[in-house]
Design a binder for this molecule. Structure first.
Ligand code: KG4
Ligand code: ZN
Length: 345
């Protein structure tokens, strides 16, 4: 089954074609993908402007689809089904991809399905020839969400813990801004941290001994104070690198400790990490080392499938479509959508 995936929940227009009959070790079943980031469009305003995001998705969807089909050497008629992001996200941005996908599917007389953006992230590491088997613990760390989930199957998600305030990615973005680094903050902090000492400054490990929930808003204040005390943002490059490394280590250390705790609590031995922050090399390396000590394994997607993309939506769509699920002609998007409300497969 060849599924076209459309992602337009925020500031990236992502399109991809997944083919369940072409899964091998090298390509994860991905026939092709295109991604357009609106970062420059919103940079001037210091954050995503919803109306501008929607208008830009509309401008880009048709040319990107043409580019994708050319890349895949396919025509529209070769597509068997369409999956689009139905929520959570910016309502206007969601509606552009949903209406485009739903009407294209109607025109082609093929099924369409609306996908939960975070389920797309969660399932992305399962694309490929040797996916980790259910059940597993999933750490979902993106710009808007920080969740620990016991995943018993597709659509069978039990929330073990979540952030009570800022998301982990948001925390990276805010710390980056304080250090004068551009958006998205995560990769820029990670790059600066390469030359720094992770133990240079002691930063808090919030809520470590309180269940499986997270809190990252205090980290912001701690980094702010540290920068003030060291004149970090415009001082010595080594101090800046040390701040970045210490900050990254504090966030990663907190995430790793909670993951170990979640695995023990759920009695599971596989951890799957997903979402933008799961591209972080320090997080991956620390999890590999710590989980080896408890005979558990960590699984993740290639970096390009960790951040927002159309491939994860195509793949999640395939999982549901092959189980006989699809949406009718009415298009409804859901800006806030708990994952526990998803139907099981
Ligand atoms: O999943 P994603 O692309 O979009 C959302 O659904 O939010 O996640 C974006 C987030 C941003 O906060 C970005 O700073 C963070 O992921 N991120 C990273 C890295 N790459 C992206 N954080 C830490 N290290 C990275 N290498
Ligand atoms: Zn995302």
């Amino acid at each position: 089954m060849k599924v076209l995936g459309l992602e337009t929940s925020c500031d990236e227009t992502g399109l991809a074609i997944f083919d369940s009959e072409q899964i091998n070790n090298d390509n994860q079943g991905l026939v092709g993908q295109v991604l357009y980031s609106q970062i420059e469009l919103h940079a001037l305003y210091g954050g995503v402007v919803p109306e501008l995001a929607s208008r830009d998705h509309i401008r880009k969807l048709v040319p990107l689809l043409n580019e994708l089909l050319e890349q895949c050497d396919m025509s529209k008629n070769d597509i068997d089904a369409i999956a689009y992001t139905k929520g959570p996200g910016l309502i206007g941005a969601l509606m552009t991809g949903a209406l485009f996908g739903r009407s294209l599917a109607y025109g082609l007389d093929i099924p369409a399905i609306g996908i939960h953006h975070m389920e797309g992230h969660l399932l992305a590491p399962l694309m490929g020839a040797n996916p980790p088997a259910f059940p597993f613990v999933s750490l979902l760390v993106s710009g808007g969400h920080t969740l620990l989930i016991a995943a018993h199957g597709v659509g069978q998600y039990e929330i073990l813990g979540e952030s009570i305030d800022d998301a982990a990615g948001e925390c990276f973005d805010k710390a980056a801004k304080m250090l004068g680094l551009p958006y998205p903050g995560g990769p820029n902090i990670a790059k600066l941290a390469e030359a720094g000492n992770p133990d240079a400054y002691a930063l808090p490990r919030p809520m470590l001994h309180r269940g499986l929930d997270f809190s990252f808003s205090g980290m912001k204040t701690a980094v702010h104070n540290l920068i003030k005390d060291t004149a970090g943002s415009d001082s010595d490059p080594q101090i800046r690198a040390d701040i970045a490394a210490s900050f990254q280590h504090a966030v990663v250390d907190t995430l790793v400790k909670k993951c170990v705790k979640a695995l023990k609590q759920a009695g599971m031995s596989r951890l799957v990490i997903a979402g933008g922050v799961s591209a972080n090399t320090h997080l991956r390396e620390m999890l590999e080392a710590e989980l080896a000590k408890i005979n558990a394994t960590v699984h993740y997607a290639p970096p390009a499938l960790c951040t927002d993309n159309g491939a994860m939506i195509a793949y999640a769509g395939f999982e549901r479509l092959q189980a006989g699920q699809s949406d009718d002609l009415a298009v409804s998007c859901i800006p806030r959508w708990p994952m526990t409300e998803l139907p099981a497969v």
